[in-house]
Design a protein around this ligand. Structure first.
Ligand code: IPE
Ligand code: IPE
Ligand code: MG
Length: 226
C-alpha cells in the first residue's frame, strides 16, 4: 500500500533523455527509446499501486516529426510493437489505454491498432494511461478553437483533446531540461512541476516515488490565501 499522504489524481510525464542515455553507452538512439518503454511500464505499475487515476506520457511531439526519418520510423514501429505486445498488461491491471494527438499524421496501420486497443480497454476501471502522440499544446488549442467556433460552444476545455480528463496535478520532466516543449499548454496552468536530471530510461519506481513525495510536500494555493 502507498504511504504517500497526498496522491495526485493525474501525473504527466515528459519522457526525455532516451537519446543521451543510448549515446552514453555508445549505442544508437533507438536503444534508448526501447529501454524507455521499461520505464513506462514501471511508472504505470507504481501508479496503479499508489492510487493515481490518470498518467499521461508525452511520447512524440508535433515537432518530433522533424527528426531524421530513421528515428521517426523507429519510434512508430516501437509504438506499434508495444501496442501488439502489451494489450494483456493493460487488461491484467485494469488500465484503460488512450492516445491523444493529431491522428491524421499517423499511418493507417497504427491508427487501426490504436482503435482496437482503445476499444479493448475502454471498460478498464483502475487507471487511464494516455499516450500523447503527434501532439502539441498549440495544435490542441488551435483545433479546439476551430471546433468551438464551428459549433458555437463557449468552454474551450470541452474541445481540447483532454476533454473530460482532469488537469495534471504533477508534471515530471526527466533529463535536466527545464521547459514544457509544447506539451499541454492550457492544462498545465496550475500543475506542480518536478524536474530531474535522471534520463528517462533510468527513471524507475524509486525515482518516481521520490517525485511523488516531493509533490506531497508542495503547498498548492491556486491563487488563494491559505
Ligand atoms: C525523449 O528522448 C523521447 C522522444 C522525444 C521521442 P529524446 O529522444 O528526446 O532523447 P534526448 O533528449 O535526445 O536525449
Ligand atoms: C519533448 O522532448 C517531447 C517528448 C518527450 C515527446 P524533446 O526532446 O523533443 O524536447 P526538446 O527538443 O528538448 O525541447
Ligand atoms: Mg529530448
Amino acid at each position: 500500500m502507498s504511504n504517500i499522504e497526498v496522491v495526485p489524481t493525474h501525473v504527466a510525464f515528459i519522457m526525455d533523455g532516451n537519446g543521451r542515455w543510448a549515446k552514453q553507452r555508445g549505442k544508437d538512439r533507438i536503444f534508448g527509446h526501447f529501454e524507455g518503454v521499461e520505464s513506462v511500464r514501471a511508472v504505470m505499475e507504481e501508479s496503479v499501486e499508489t492510487g493515481v487515476k490518470y498518467v499521461s506520457f508525452f511520447a512524440f511531439s508535433e515537432e518530433n516529426w522533424n527528426r531524421p526519418d530513421a528515428e521517426v520510423n523507429g519510434l512508430m514501429e516501437l509504438m506499434m510493437k508495444c501496442m501488439v505486445n502489451e494489450l494483456h498488461t493493460f487488461l491484467d491491471n485494469g488500465i484503460r489505454f488512450r492516445v491523444l494527438g493529431d491522428r491524421s499524421r499517423l499511418s493507417k496501420q497504427l491508427n487501426e491498432a490504436i482503435d482496437s486497443m482503445e476499444e479493448a480497454t475502454a471498460a478498464c476501471p483502475r487507471m487511464t494511461a494516455i499516450i500523447f502522440l503527434s501532439y502539441s499544446g498549440k495544435w490542441d488549442i488551435r483545433q479546439a478553437s476551430r471546433r468551438m467556433a464551428e459549433e458555437g460552444g463557449s468552454e474551450i476545455e470541452d474541445y481540447l483533446v483532454t476533454a473530460g480528463i482532469p488537469d495534471p496535478d504533477l508534471l515530471i520532466r526527466t533529463s535536466g531540461e527545464k521547459r514544457i516543449s509544447n506539451f499541454m499548454l492550457w492544462q498545465l496552468a496550475y500543475t506542480e512541476f518536478v524536474f530531474t536530471d535522471i534520463l528517462w530510461p533510468d527513471f524507475r519506481k524509486e525515482q518516481y516515488r521520490n517525485a511523488l513525495l516531493e509533490y506531497a510536500s508542495r503547498d498548492r494555493r491556486f491563487g488563494k490565501v491559505k
